[in-house]
Design a protein around this ligand. Structure first.
Ligand SMILES: [Zn+2]
Length: 436
């Protein structure tokens, strides 16, 4: 759309608003918002009506547009909204049997998509829609789950199937992303990356056994997980262009998901050589905490707490859970296996993560072998951990996950380090100068 066209549409909106709205909308503001709708490919009339409504104007309803007149784009959905109305496509839908207050109940969960992105949903009763349907939804509501909006269809929801050309395929044209920019909720993405790892497993979907392929992709910017519901014959070391995938997240780690409807092309392996794959992205803790989850990162901070449950523990021989008073939460009273772990909280002044350090890495940190540590009594081991670790600087390498309890770091490498005071002050000066 040309700038003049855009301006004339903005004038239309301002005309309607001046007649019946108390709120003041600025021309620039409207222009910016209308442009965003256009970028997402929202039909112009629909976009205009949405903006009029947003700025307090009333809309002259006509039958063909009334149901989508207060449409919310998926990218604009936030937690704890009521009366969410959408026009979207069903990207995935699955039934699930649950028990509520002793009664069996069938619910549905899946993913909806529109021009702006995708969102997971849960329907708390049976709904008659299929994968691929374009639907108009009114009166859905959202909740917060793991920091992201989760869409719910409750008692008040109304779902109507509509013509698929209301949300044309063109609206789903893939946009190109680097691996580090993949984030949960992105709709149609195109990524060129190297397959670093691929595994397959069987899952049962609607009573049918399907093979699903998952693993890790990477480029110069970072690494992410992927899941493919189709056998694209991907092998570790392949460099591929994947177009038409969408991004979900698992515990905050972005997961590129695609199926037979995507296009997957093998590229020349030199396009992204192995040595160019990003190695342990270094980032500060607050950036990591904001990103929620990430594969293969490096962080630094100060050990501000050695949590209880650190030191020698007993584990369940069946499930490896830590025992409490020789009892496993799942397996009851069992003969435990002795193990060693250290639970740390690491903070850099702007953000914090917790990390449970496994036996091998704990041996490294304490500079003692397990055989030696296991002979120590609790007090002397605690003293030793405090003396060697508390308030010390540590560098962690591994994967970060997030859940409702915060960000957890799964460490694969740990290293204590001394701060070189001179170097550190030079670095800080440089950083400050960069800000001026
Ligand atoms: Zn157990």
């Amino acid at each position: 759309m040309s700038v003049d066209d855009l301006k004339s549409h903005v004038k239309d909106i301002l005309n309607v608003l001046s007649e019946n709205s108390e709120k003041n909308a600025s021309k620039d503001e409207l222009e910016k918002e209308l442009k965003k709708f256009m970028e997402y490919g929202v039909p112009i009339e629909q976009a205009k009506q949405t903006l009029i409504k947003k700025y307090g104007g009333s809309i002259k309803f006509n039958t063909s547009t009334s149901s989508s007149s207060e449409r919310t784009l998926i990218s604009d959905i936030e937690p704890n909204q009521y009366n969410v109305n959408m026009l979207c496509r069903v990207i995935a839908i699955n039934p699930k049997d649950i028990v509520v207050k002793g009664e069996n109940r069938k619910i549905f969960y899946g993913i909806l998509g529109d021009e702006s992105g995708t969102i997971p949903f849960t329907a708390w009763s049976e709904i008659d829609v299929q994968k691929g349907d374009v639907i108009e939804v009114s009166n859905a509501y959202t909740r917060e789950w793991q920091g992201a909006a989760q869409l719910n269809f409750g008692d008040r929801v109304s779902i109507k199937k509509t013509e698929s050309d209301k949300l044309p395929e063109a609206a789903f044209e893939p946009k190109i992303y680097n691996v580090c920019d993949l984030r949960s909720g992105l709709g149609s993405v195109e990524v060129s990356a190297r397959i670093i790892e691929v595994n397959s497993r069987d899952v049962t979907v609607n009573g049918e056994v399907k093979k699903v392929f998952s693993g890790i992709i990477g480029d110069e910017t970072g690494k992410a997980q992927f899941t493919s519901w189709h056998d694209w014959k991907l092998k570790s070391g392949d460099v591929v262009n994947i177009s038409g995938g969408y991004v979900k997240s698992w515990k905050g780690i972005p997961q590129l998901t695609f199926d037979e409807k995507a296009s997957v092309k093998k590229l020349d392996k030199n396009k992204i050589p192995k040595e160019k794959i990003s190695k342990a992205n270094k980032m500060s803790l607050h950036v990591l905490v904001e990103k929620r989850g990430m594969l293969d990162v490096e962080v630094e901070g100060t050990i501000i707490e050695i949590r209880s449950g650190s030191g020698l523990i007993m584990r369940c021989p069946e499930c490896n859970r830590a025992l409490r008073d020789n009892e496993c939460n799942i397996h009851g009273s069992v003969e435990g296996k002795l193990d060693l772990r250290i639970k740390l909280v690491v903070d850099d002044g702007f953000g914090a993560v917790s990390s449970a350090i496994n036996r091998d890495l704990s041996e490294e940190l304490l500079g003692k072998k397990f055989d030696e540590i296991k002979e120590m009594d609790e007090t002397s081991l605690n003293d030793e951990m405090n003396k060697l670790l508390f308030t010390k600087k540590i560098r962690l390498q591994g994967n970060a996950l997030s859940d409702e309890f915060g960000t957890t770091f799964i460490s694969k490498n740990v290293e204590l380090f001394e701060v070189d005071v001179e170097k550190e002050s030079a670095r800080l000066t440089e950083e400050l100068e960069g800000l001026l």
